[in-house]
Design a protein around this ligand. Structure first.
Ligand SMILES: *Cc1c(COP(=O)(O)O)cnc(C)c1O
Length: 371
């Protein structure tokens, strides 16, 4: 079966894990700090804060920026549910924004403009599929409305510019992302004060970590804010350092496979829409999304492709249409998001696929569409 995504793990990760186990120091040590430094430098930043997931990082960022009760946060409905859940964790209200169109499933600035109110305090943009949102446009929007600008950069690890748009950004190292630590995330924020607050809230709101307490004579700590345990451990950090060293090469492979997909899809599946086709997009090429004709039955296409050994999936069921959100946080209709949500199909794309795998997937899709 050709899978939609696969982690790329090998001897280097095994060696990194063995080294941490042999060191007998498994939490809050130098690997986490080294990973933070290396990841930040890779993305053109001074420093970063490693966390146990992107979801935890988004929660911490909103808390650190003072977003809470009575505030509204603009979020794309065309995202993973965590992008909206984190807003509820801090007691604020998510306000769903439509995408630009089915050929450009990034949050629409024009629609965001319409949904701003006096309670709006922040906007979380998401780089769908790894395709970066328009940096200057969102910066101008955030400035004009005096909003915090936050990136859900879960799809965008390794792209120049990702993580540097605004007040904070969070990356994911979940198993299906471009690089992985199994579970894990990273927060970037240009303001050292925000970073330090995230760092403090990550560890129960405590004023010092285990490492510092071990290295001072009279260890003590204070708690100055309500925090959480959202730390990353040394094992994951060691895997992260190893994965980061391969990220640029893997993203280049993803880019080449995406280009091949686009050529073959245009030739053999002209009835499907390939988002970001006409855009010289800066991308981490996390996903290869296609939009099926309105007349085709997605479940049937997926079933036929599975029968031929090709797994597919969809990204995403719109958040505002999920039962929990429909019942508790109803949204006005979002026509582009809803159309994209029921027609999008995600094809296999990862760094272990070959060009002949891509040719096979397109052939199977073409057959599934005409069956
Ligand atoms: C994967 C993902 C998340 C959640 O990441 P975790 O590290 O699993 O918490 C959030 N947002 C988007 C867009 C994602 O794809």
């Amino acid at each position: 079966m050709l899978l939609v995504s696969e982690p790329n793990l090998g001897e280097a990760e095994k060696a990194a894990l063995t080294q941490v186990i042999d060191s007998n120091w498994i939490t809050m040590g130098s690997k986490v700090r080294d990973f933070e430094q290396a990841f930040a430098e890779h993305h053109g930043s001074d420093n970063a804060v490693a966390v146990c997931s992107c979801t935890a990082g988004l929660h911490l960022v909103l808390a650190a920026l003072g977003i809470g009760t009575g505030h509204q946060v603009l979020v794309p409905s065309m995202s993973f549910v965590a992008t909206a859940n984190c807003v509820l964790y801090v007691g604020a209200a998510p306000v769903f924004v439509d995408i630009s169109g089915i050929d450009r499933p990034l949050m629409s600035i024009e629609d965001a403009e319409r949904r701003c109110t006096r309670q709006t305090r922040a906007v979380i943009i998401m780089h769908y599929g790894g395709y970066l949102a328009d940096r200057p446009a969102w910066q101008a929007f955030a400035r004009a409305h005096d909003l915090c600008l936050i990136e859900d950069a879960a799809h965008a690890a390794g792209v120049a510019g990702a993580g540097t748009f605004g007040d904070a950004a969070v990356f994911s190292f979940y198993g299906n992302k471009n690089m992985t630590t199994a579970e894990g995330g990273m927060v970037m924020a240009p303001d050292p004060a925000v970073r330090e607050r995230v760092r403090m809230l990550r560890g129960h709101g405590m004023s010092s970590g285990t490492h510092e307490r071990l290295h001072v004579r009279a260890p003590t700590y204070d708690v100055t804010a309500l925090g959480w345990n959202y730390r990353m451990d040394e094992l994951r950090a060691a895997v992260g350092i190893t994965q980061l060293a391969s990220l640029a090469g893997w993203n280049a492979i993803r880019g080449e496979l995406s280009t091949l997909y686009r050529e073959l899809l245009a030739r053999y599946c002209p009835e499907v829409t390939v988002p970001f086709m006409d855009i010289k997009a800066v991308s981490a090429h996390h996903l290869l999304p296609v939009v099926l004709p309105a007349s085709s039955n997605r479940e049937a296409v997926m079933g036929r492709m599975r029968d031929q050994g090709v797994q597919t999936s969809f990204h995403y069921p719109p958040i505002h249409q999920l039962s929990f959100y429909r019942a508790n946080h109803p949204s006005p209709p979002l026509p582009q998001t809803e159309a994209f949500g029921c027609r999008e199909l995600t094809l296999p794309l990862h760094s272990k696929l070959s060009t002949s795998d891509v040719e096979f997937v397109v052939r199977v899709l073409a057959d599934a569409l005409t069956a």
